[in-house]
Design a protein around this ligand. Structure first.
Ligand code: NAX
Length: 328
């Protein structure tokens, strides 16, 4: 029997938490032979803690053979203690009349505290995935608040955007979604992201040549992927949860177990590649192996793509400037 992996999840009693925890406990994220201990964080409020208790009861009632333990807490230092993986899902949602700037600052408080707690108690090689929005900037704040941890440990979720784009492309080209490779989503997890299928292949053939429709790309595909979250809210009355949980599982599974040479999109601290300033948490194409990711380098960037990348970078730089005074 392998040693259990400690997986911390924040916002564990929320919508995404409810779609995520049962799949982690059943082995879908780390493997069907890998026991896990779930370390679940929720707000100290009575309602949140009661909801968390209910989720824990249901986890118990599944009698998952791989679930080696469950901790429920309102203390980040308990939740992150010796964590191997930390999924930071809980965040402050935008309230009525709340401006984007206020949302950034409210979340900055949460992710400063959680970054500091990770710095203090998590495993030194903890793999952190930030899902809570604004995900890239929250990941940046957590990274900056954890100076003793390698910055490569901090990532943001672009995988839902990647999966959304894959699905739209498969429908347009009438091909199987699983046959598409080498898709990229550049930038911020926001409507400014740039899903880029110039390099994508289907069974080794160019997907772009198959689709061959620049107008569809600029005026349908890119806006549709960017606004997909809003379309789900419009249809369901609630934001994406199961698909977000699924993307979080894809992200961590590939990071830990490897992508077998396939490109995946992760929001990671830039190393300066593609002119993205070092440290900015940006969606890049990566391959993963042995628990490490490597940026796919030297892809040609045409004028249309450069404009799209500049736009999403400008938004991230603006977000970063908005919280700079909190980070010293
Ligand atoms: P919910 O409001 O259903 O759940 C969030 C939970 O987090 C609540 O139970 C709340 O009590 C808890 N929470 C809030 N602050 C916390 C803190 N400081 N410590 C611990 N727990 C805390 O939201 P849900 O639908 O689960 O979405 C969670 C986050 O994911 C939101 O920020 C949302 O915007 C974001 N999303 C990000 C996506 C991505 O692709 N990166 C896509 C889906 C989703 O919109």
């Amino acid at each position: 029997m392998k040693t259990p992996v400690r997986v911390a999840v924040t916002g564990a009693a929320g919508q995404i938490g409810y779609a995520l925890l049962f799949r982690i406990a059943s082995g879908e994220m780390l493997g069907k032979d890998q026991p896990v201990i779930l370390q679940l964080l929720e707000l100290p409020m009575e309602k949140a803690q009661a909801a968390l208790k209910g989720v824990i009861m249901e986890l118990e009632d599944c009698a998952f053979p791989l679930l080696a333990g469950i901790i429920g807490t309102d203390d980040p230092e308990v939740a992150f203690k010796d964590a191997d993986v930390a999924l930071l899902v809980g965040a402050r949602p935008r309230g009525p009349g709340m401006e984007r700037k206020d949302l950034l600052l409210e979340n900055a408080k949460i992710f400063t505290a959680q970054g500091a707690a990770l710095n203090k108690v998590a495993k030194r090689d903890v793999k952190v995935l930030v899902v809570g929005n604004p995900a890239n900037t929250n990941a940046y704040i957590a990274m900056k608040s954890a100076p003793d941890l390698p910055k490569e440990n901090f990532t943001a979720m672009l995988r839902l955007d990647h999966n959304r784009a894959l699905s739209q492309l498969a429908a347009k080209a009438n091909v199987a979604v699983g046959d598409i490779e080498k898709l990229v989503v550049w930038g911020n997890h926001s409507p400014t992201m740039y899903p880029d299928y110039r390099f994508a292949t289907v069974k080794g053939e160019s997907l772009k040549d198959k689709i061959n429709d620049a107008d569809w790309n600029a005026n349908e595909f890119i806006p549709k992927v960017g606004k997909r979250g809003a379309a789900i809210i419009e249809a369901r009355g609630l934001s994406s949860a199961a698909s977000a949980a699924n993307a979080a599982i894809d992200h961590i599974r590939d990071w830990v177990l490897g992508s077998n040479g396939k490109w995946v999109t992760m929001g990671i601290p830039s190393d300066g590649s593609y002119g993205i300033p070092e440290g900015v948490i940006f969606g890049f194409p990566v391959t993963t192996e042995n628990g490490k990711y490597t940026i796919v380098k030297d892809l040609p960037i045409d004028e249309f793509s450069q404009k799209a990348i500049d736009k999403t970078l400008a938004e991230l730089e603006e977000e970063r400037a908005g919280v700079a005074h909190l980070l010293g």
